[in-house]
Design a protein around this ligand. Structure first.
Ligand code: ZN
Length: 566
């Protein structure tokens, strides 16, 4: 039944679009190297690539939401660029400024279909339609490189219009550090930047490759350096920090700049053409931090690559033989799923270590003689945020009562405790407004959240309706700043619960009005409906609700920075 419906929608979409849209095959959209899995086929209509909005903007770090109430489409990104469109109107608004659109967004068989290129361009992306490949390429742009030195370190800030992946590589003879920015088009004029500090002679920037775009920076080095790559959770800024390698005072930089670099003490010189031995990989993790140590017989050249979907960090060690041949580490860590090391290629010998991450993270790489150390900082998502979880009702107020006697106050407390557990596991600070069946007066709830320093407020309820047949989930919001949070949570509920998603709605509830931070009220299911009530009695269903709320919150945290404390 479901398959038939999907096929029908696809067929209808092809028929419904004007000017020879039917019969088109294989229009692909590739955003920052990711081919978008389209909810319905994209088509080219009057020279415009038209595609459904689902999943389209996320590889560009942006989210799209459709509001049925006024048929508007809102796309927001991490730097708070907001693009607004309306079904049937050939106008686009970027942070309020109106621009004409070559084609209007349309509702086609239940899909919201938009002209793709003008929206990406409004978000600051580079786009190109390749007719021969029937492919639209979209990538982030690097619009500024800022170089500064402080405290003996060099900081290069890479300001991009969307997410960029940084890949670093150390080369010797002469010593160079290469930083590749994948899927990033270079839009800066200054291409050679003299430095003469912090171990760096100069930086050269260039568009190294087109399709896919790679922007390359080469740091010509005066002495061995350490490198840190920091990815901002709240902007698209990537910072590369370079400083002379610490703890190597015994090794003066060779005046000629030639000859193998060696770590102090270690038997570093592998001999002419000899490979470095990689003896093994260990991982230590605790709290937010994680440290991967790669034990080597000497200094190695290495390259770090970032991958997405899933997020991975791959460290390639050149001219390196992995003595254990293959090593899998079982890692119990809130943010790291897996560590694998293996001989990647035998000739030339390359050892590859891959960390599979549960989300994107900052990392710092240090090498000293016998070890390459990768420190990972996971305390990035949600930093500065405090999530207030408000289990509805309780104590004197049982809330709504189901046909078989289930009390809303009990159900929502259980769900709330599960949400708290999931957030805590991710290291997200939170506060719950009641932990047991006690009375908390309604006006006290926003106040308690404020006093706990909450930066967002999530109230959890079960719905009731006079008509016993009504069921499903819905999420309420009131203020504009709460809209994205409501949409993100409701999206997740709609995906996992298997009951109707009734969408997001506005309501003038006190808890939505008075907390002063993004606030939503989730009505997870209808306790007044016998089937939903039965579902709510099931712990697995309550866990699914909690997990959906948690996912929605995490999506919000990944995009919206916490407000700066006054
Ligand atoms: Zn309620």
């Amino acid at each position: 039944m479901k398959l038939v419906a999907t096929w029908l929608l696809a067929a209808l979409l092809a028929w419904a679009l004007p000017s020879g849209a039917s019969g088109q095959t294989g229009v692909r959209i590739i955003v920052n190297g990711v081919q978008i899995p389209l909810a319905a086929p994209a088509v080219v209509s009057n020279g415009q690539v038209m595609a459904p909005i689902q999943g389209l903007f996320e590889p560009m770090g942006a989210l799209a939401a459709f509001y049925e109430v006024d048929r508007s489409i809102v796309i927001t990104n991490r730097v708070r660029a907001t693009v607004r469109l309306k079904v049937g109107e050939a106008t686009l608004r970027v942070n309020g400024d109106a621009r004409p659109l070559p084609a209007a967004p349309a509702l086609v068989s239940g899909y919201v279909v938009v002209p793709v290129q003008p929206i990406f361009q409004a978000l600051g992306a580079w786009t190109k339609w390749e007719e021969a490949e029937r492919t639209l390429y979209v990538s982030s742009q690097v619009r500024a490189l800022t170089v500064q030195t402080a405290g003996g370190a060099l900081q290069v800030k890479i300001d991009a219009t969307g997410p960029v992946q940084a890949e670093t590589r150390m080369l010797t003879q002469p010593d160079r550090l290469v930083v590749d920015l994948l899927h990033a088009a270079l839009r800066v004029t200054e291409r050679t930047i003299p430095v003469n500090d912090a171990g760096v002679l100069r930086i050269r920037a260039a568009q190294f490759q087109i399709k896919p775009y790679i922007s390359r920076m080469v740091f010509d080095l005066q002495e061995p350096v350490e490198v840190r790559v920091l990815t901002s959770p709240t902007t698209y800024l990537v910072t590369v920090e370079v400083r002379p390698r610490a703890a190597s005072p015994a090794v003066p930089a060779p005046a000629t700049g030639s000859g193998p670099r060696d770590g102090s003490g270690a038997a570093a010189d592998p001999g002419a053409g000899g490979a470095v031995k990689v003896l093994g990989v260990t991982f230590q993790g605790g709290g937010d931090a994680g440290r991967l140590t790669v034990e080597t017989s000497g200094t190695v050249e290495y390259k770090i690559r970032e991958f997405v979907y899933p997020d991975r960090l791959a460290i390639d060690l050149d001219n390196a033989v992995f003595v254990p041949v293959k090593q899998d580490l079982q890692v119990r860590h809130p943010s790291i799923a897996l560590v694998r090391a293996a001989q990647f290629t035998a000739e030339p010998p390359v050892t590859r270590v891959v960390l599979t991450l549960k989300r994107k993270m900052n990392y710092v790489v240090n090498q000293s003689g016998g070890a390459l150390v990768i420190d990972i900082n996971t305390s990035v998502v949600g930093r500065g945020h405090v999530v207030a979880i408000d289990p509805g009702h309780g104590g004197r107020d049982p809330g709504a009562i189901g046909p078989s006697g289930l009390r809303e106050a009990d159900v929502v407390l259980d769900i709330s405790l599960r949400v708290r557990e999931l957030l805590s596991r991710d290291g997200v600070r939170n506060v719950i407004l009641r932990e047991s069946d006690v009375t908390v007066e309604l006006p006290d709830r926003p106040r308690l959240a404020r006093e706990a320093g909450a930066t967002m407020f999530v109230s959890i309820h079960a719905n009731a309706n006079g008509r016993a047949t009504v069921n499903g989930s819905e999420t309420y919001f009131l203020t504009p700043q709460s809209l994205a949070l409501a949409q993100m949570i409701q999206d997740e509920l709609g995906i996992v619960l298997g009951i109707p998603s009734r969408g997001i709605k506005t309501a003038n509830f006190l808890v939505l009005r008075d907390s002063g931070v993004p606030s939503v009220l989730v009505e997870a299911a209808f306790i007044s409906n016998a089937e939903d009530e039965t579902r709510l009695r099931d712990a697995a269903f309550r866990q699914r609700i909690a997990s959906a709320i948690h996912k929605g919150i995490m999506r919000f945290l990944a995009i919206y920075p916490a407000p700066v404390a006054p």
